[in-house]
Design a protein around this ligand. Sequence first.
Ligand SMILES: Nc1ncnc2c1ncn2[C@@H]1O[C@H](COP(=O)(O)OP(=O)(O)OP(=O)(O)O)[C@@H](O)[C@H]1O
Ligand SMILES: O=C(O)c1ccc[n+]([C@@H]2O[C@H](COP(=O)([O-])O)[C@@H](O)[C@H]2O)c1
Length: 221
Amino acid sequence: MTRPPRIAMLGGTFDPVHNGHLRSAVELRDALGLDRVHMIPAPQPPLRDTPQVSPQQRLELLQMAIGDTPGLEADARELERDGPSYSVDTLRSLRHEYGEQARLVMAIGWDAFLRLDQWRKPEQLFAFAHLVVIARPGHAEAPSTPLMELLGEREVDSVSRLMASPHGQVLRVTLPSAMAISATHIRQSLEQGKSIRFLVPETVERTILREGLYQRWQSAY
Ligand SMILES: Nc1ncnc2c1ncn2[C@@H]1O[C@H](COP(=O)(O)OP(=O)(O)OP(=O)(O)O)[C@@H](O)[C@H]1O
Ligand SMILES: O=C(O)c1ccc[n+]([C@@H]2O[C@H](COP(=O)([O-])O)[C@@H](O)[C@H]2O)c1
């Protein structure tokens, strides 16, 4: 019998993409034995202000960051929708693409997980995908009661248990090279004229500096 595909969505504002995202995607691919990790920029992230840097520019930085990394894909599907970038809509589309037996995972960092109960139709996410929560240095706050209620009995303690079914369960993971890198810190560094070397891939750094992105003198697009 052929093994069902193992697919993950790692959505983000990617404002800009950084090595914390990229290394997490690679280590998640290896830890879960994933066939593909769809890295999906959100044009209008629902719980924050729409970024100044356009969705197309954020996508292009993501594409150059990923390059030819096996199993990682810059996925533009949210750019084709209007309105807030709800993950439930993206997961519906991935489920449709890969079929009902695929093991579909929505991967989010601990900070994003803490607000999951404020997302659109959070319980419906589990009808499409598993949830994998990635530990993130500097984010250790405990989940709220509504969030714990939302999780219910879904938590499992191993990859093999998670992959035994197509969707509906939750796994917390700590990846080997957890990095305390954030896009906020990168934007602040650029605004202050400080170096972002080694926080993002070199091609991304070069493009940001050349285009004047995130720098004080850049006018809003
Ligand atoms: N260093 C990191 N390690 C693990 N997960 C991360 C890391 N940075 C971001 N993530 C996760 O990746 C997803 C997309 O993150 P996002 O694009 O918002 O980046 P960010 O660095 O958190 O941005 P910002 O600082 O602007 O909030 C979220 O689920 C987030 O928790
Ligand atoms: O679906 C929602 O309601 C929802 C609410 C907040 C965030 N998300 C998604 O979570 C991902 C990370 O968001 P953010 O704001 O932490 O960059 C990104 O793909 C967002 O579209 C989704």
